[in-house]
Design a protein around this ligand. Structure first.
Ligand SMILES: *Cc1c(COP(=O)(O)O)cnc(C)c1O
Length: 359
């Protein structure tokens, strides 16, 4: 790693990814449909899907036909479900790539029927986002009888809270399932937090996303993921500043005494958010150094007065260094973001470096 003088990069531990998928599937007790949408939450859709493909998942979940086409281009042959409703203009591409659309809108279903290809019925039980509303199934009876979907699913809005909402969504889902004019062989509902808080699955497959990528949902889950993602950047300059000197735009940090400042070659244009300035910390040589001043587009300053370091040394913004580690969740909390935003916000300017499962 150190031979490559990269300025900043994302490390993806494929071994940890596979162990997370294995432990999740074991806890769920059913096959998984890994969600690799949004470039596998920013980790790299192709590499992640190829690694997970070895575990024999039921199929993969994406948001767009383009994401699915990228997987087909690298010989992923399993079912790929497109979970965001297709626009009419996407249907041809979906047919060509043998994709499985998740549909809930009557006219979209009617448009798909002549293809005779598999599709899945999305049922809205409380997200109010996509799918036929649970109490409106009857309006689809005719089209459903013509070409039944291969699967039926819903999505929880608060699975990590284990509150009444999930019970109510399950009740609605059961009600909708009972009104279908056929018996679906494939039924699914659970995202990562749903299985973390209550395995095994009640249904035929589970749809984990963020758990695979190393982020647990907290609140006393039954299983916990290993961390998968690290974000690292090199020190490109250091300086001493006198008491009273400011750091970065707006001089929001003023040195309380003579301080040593290191500049890291990473900024908000890489996805390390501006708001983390004066809040987050990084690890350098296993020690914590606070981010001082606002994060700028391409550079971030840290106070290394107590951390012996020099130009070229690597700072860990997310991940482990020595005994200490900074989790995605810690950065998310400090940045008032969700961990999903932290991961998917990591920009393409940061090269992804994959640590193979057997390395
Ligand atoms: C993103 C998504 C998931 C996975 O959610 P996680 O919380 O990341 O596990 C599951 N199902 C659907 C429909 C999704 O859009």
């Amino acid at each position: 790693m150190h031979s490559l003088m990269r300025r900043a990069w994302v490390e993806v531990d494929l071994g940890a990814l596979l162990r997370n998928a294995t432990s999740f599937a074991a806890h769920a007790g059913v096959p998984i449909l890994p969600m690799v949408k949004a470039d596998a939450y920013g980790l790299g859709g192709v590499r992640v899907a190829r690694a997970l493909d070895e575990l024999d998942p039921w199929g993969f979940g994406v948001a767009t036909t383009i994401e699915a086409e990228e997987l087909r281009a690298v010989s992923i042959t399993r079912p790929i479900v497109v979970f965001t409703p297709l626009l009419p203009g996407d249907f041809d591409a979906a047919v060509r790539a043998r994709l499985t659309p998740a549909l809930g809108d009557k006219s979209a279903i009617e448009q798909w029927l002549p293809t005779r290809l598999p599709w899945q019925l999305a049922i809205d039980t409380g997200m109010s986002r996509a799918g036929i509303q649970w109490n409106a199934i009857d309006s689809l009876r005719e089209v459903l009888a013509v070409h039944p979907p291969e699967g039926v699913f819903t999505h929880f809005h608060s699975a990590e809270r284990s509150d009444e909402s999930r019970i109510e969504q399950e009740r609605r889902f059961d009600e909708a399932l009972a009104r279908l004019p056929f018996r679906p062989s494939l039924v699914h509902a659970e995202n990562s937090p749903a299985v973390e808080h209550r395995g095994p699955s009640r249904w035929s497959i589970a749809r984990p996303g963020i758990f695979l990528y190393g982020v647990g949902s907290g609140n006393a889950p039954q299983i916990q993921p290993e961390s998968v993602v690290s974000v690292r950047a090199r020190i490109v300059e250091t300086r001493f500043i006198d008491a009273g000197e400011g750091v970065s735009y707006g001089a929001t940090f003023r040195a309380p005494s003579r301080r040593r400042i290191a500049t890291l070659a990473i900024g908000y244009a890489d996805g390390y958010r501006r708001v983390l300035g004066n809040r987050a910390q990084v690890l350098i040589c296993g020690k914590r150094a606070p981010v001082v001043g606002v994060v700028t587009m391409d550079m971030t300053m840290v106070d290394v007065t107590d951390v012996p370091c020099e130009v070229g040394d690597v700072a860990t913004l997310i991940g482990a260094d020595g005994e200490d580690r900074i989790d995605v969740s810690e950065v998310a909390r400090l940045g008032e973001l969700s961990p999903y935003e932290v991961l998917t916000g990591l920009r393409g300017r940061l090269p992804r470096r994959y640590v193979e499962a057997d390395e």
